[in-house]
Design a protein around this ligand. Structure first.
Ligand SMILES: [Zn+2]
Length: 566
């Protein structure tokens, strides 16, 4: 029970009011949330409490450091390292939004207190994981012959202006750099890259001259700046994010489309097989294409709250771009031709949001083995020297096999340590005590199944090798389940609303995915608060429930998928 005094931007203190019946033990306990209460105000509180208890008791007020746990109350401030809460217990299913906000803070993934709106500080626990995510993604791209580049962060305005659709689409989101020093103008207006087609393409025109140069496949790892007007959320949407962008040039449209399919496979190999995330690829309708693209294909990952999150997209770019930037090559037949370009943009910091959201549970984070910021934690039980020595030995054995391992020999209670590392999502924990050393056994705890395994000491490496594979298989299986029964056929607006409101993806007939269908899409956005995600790659024939447009009732030309999204 709290009495709240609502006042913003003032330091808050909490006071426990003990009401003690004369000659008896504590009878009732109340907690007041006070804002800079002075002595007189405190006295008033005492009197107020006393009055409520009709003078039958003595009231004692003591200042306490922290508000006690109460189910409905959410602590908003980031905990200081010294007063870190080690337990985490929020239902992801019932309250995803709070769950997400809290785990980002408690696990110290990102600090939203940085004083530029829409920008966050990425903290070690997220950076260590995202570094691994980048590593696997780059490895696959390099294997497929993409060459790495580092392009400047600044792009001249004149480059962006060369392709009208592109500049039109991006202008509202561009951060411009126009001055230096004491507000003196710079030579030309520059953009902080909102994406880098126009940086790469002007160089492509210098580097590509013959069909022998094609396909020309590049990528860069970069941070991207976009002035988002929608509400920002850590990792999911912020004004600076970290991604990989690939830019490729091809001799003809067929080769370009092959690249688009290769990008889709890359997404499967990395997002599904390594990050353990399930997704569906959709071709976006014409009104939702990348500015300047002929065709846009994008993945949607299903969030536990039933909304979808757009993840990597790959685009067949209109040849207008090659013409604007004069990217020509001499073909085998001796003729000068314009290239076809493609680009693919897996935003690692945004994919990380899905890793958190899809795998976590009420106890905190869960990481797939390969991208865990830390793979094994050894919790030392007791303080005997030989236990710590054995822990160090295990750590060094694991590190030789490139398995990351830390030792927790802090003075916290074992239970607190267990909760803490559960919350942090470390896939494997070893609880090491004197008894284990005597019996030459090791006690492992798996974060994904919450189960214990006791193994022989000599089986250490074999066990980890096998179990790490099992962990990822299990996470993929659990995540794939998200999509089970999540798609529902609908035939009218009512059914559509019911489906998306209950967190499902609706499959519906649609009049047109070209310009003429945009009106019906707008109805969906305004009235249902959902969006048309697009069509499946293998075109589906409208029939039965999907015969007619779910909005206007005209004969359907396509089957589309509709969902709420971030
Ligand atoms: Zn329609």
């Amino acid at each position: 029970m709290y009495t709240e005094i609502k006042e913003r931007n003032k330091k808050k203190y909490y006071y426990r009011v003990k009401s003690i019946r004369k000659g008896e033990k504590v009878d009732k306990e109340r907690v007041y949330l006070g804002v800079n209460l002075n002595k007189n105000e405190l006295k008033a509180k005492e009197d107020e409490a006393d009055k409520k208890l009709s003078g039958k008791s003595e009231i004692k007020i003591e200042k306490i450091e922290e508000k006690p746990q109460e189910k409905q109350e959410r602590k908003i401030e980031q905990p200081k390292a010294s007063e870190k809460k080690v337990t985490f217990n929020i239902s992801k299913k019932d309250n995803f939004s709070d769950w997400y906000t809290d785990i980002v803070q408690k696990a110290e993934l990102g600090d939203v207190r940085y004083n530029v709106k829409g920008f966050i500080v990425f903290q070690p626990w997220s950076v260590l994981s995202m570094e691994k995510m980048f590593k696997y993604l780059e490895k696959v791209l390099q294997k497929k012959n993409h060459k790495p580049y580092w392009f400047p962060t600044l792009i001249p305005e004149k480059n962006l202006k060369l392709e009208s659709e592109h500049i039109g689409g991006f202008t509202p989101q561009v951060f411009w750099v126009t001055t230096h020093g004491n507000n003196e103008p710079i030579e030309e207006k520059l953009a902080l890259r909102p994406t880098s087609e126009t940086a790469f393409y002007q160089m492509f025109s210098l580097w590509i001259s013959s069909y022998k140069d094609l396909p020309f496949k590049t990528y860069q790892r970069a941070n991207i700046f976009r002035y988002e007007s929608k509400a920002t959320r850590p990792f999911l949407r912020s004004r600076e994010f970290h991604w990989i962008e690939t830019h490729c040039a091809h001799a003809n449209m067929e080769d370009a489309m092959k690249q688009v399919h290769e990008d889709m496979n890359t997404t499967k190999e990395v997002l599904h097989d390594i990050y353990c995330l399930p997704f569906i690829f959709f071709e976006r309708p014409s009104w939702d294409k990348f500015p300047g693209a002929e065709r846009t294909f994008a993945t949607d990952v299903l969030n536990p709250d039933g909304k979808v999150v757009q993840q990597p997209s790959t685009h067949l770019i209109k040849q207008d771009f090659a013409k604007a930037f004069n990217i020509k090559f001499k073909d085998k037949d001796g003729k000068d031709k314009y290239v076809w370009t493609t680009c693919y943009g897996p935003a690692v910091s945004r994919i990380f949001a899905s890793v958190i959201a899809v795998h976590g549970d009420e106890k905190g984070l869960k990481f797939p083995w390969k991208i865990a910021p830390l793979q094994v934690i050894i919790v030392v039980i007791g303080n005997e020297k030989k236990v710590l020595e054995e822990a160090k030995k295990i750590k060094s054995e694991l590190e030789q096999k490139e398995i990351s391992c830390e030792i927790d020999s802090s003075k916290k209670r074992p239970g607190d340590k267990f909760y803490f590392w559960e919350m942090k999502g470390v896939p494997l924990r070893i609880d090491l005590g004197n008894r284990d050393i005597k019996s030459e056994k090791l006690t492992f705890y798996r974060r994904d199944t919450m189960k214990k395994d006791i193994i022989a000491r000599k089986e250490l490496l074999n066990y980890i090798e096998k179990t790490s594979r099992d962990i990822d298989k299990n996470l993929i299986k659990q995540a794939d389940k998200l999509f089970d029964n999540s798609i529902i056929n609908v035939k009218n607006k009512n059914e559509l609303k019911k489906a998306v409101d209950s967190g499902k993806i609706a499959r519906a007939g649609f009049c047109s995915i070209e310009k003429s269908g945009e009106k019906c899409a707008e109805v969906i956005e305004k009235e249902i608060l959902a969006s048309v995600r697009g069509t499946k790659l293998e075109k589906e024939k409208p029939e039965g429930k999907t015969e007619k447009c779910v909005i206007c009732g005209k004969k359907a030309s396509s089957v589309v998928y509709i969902a709420k999204s971030y």
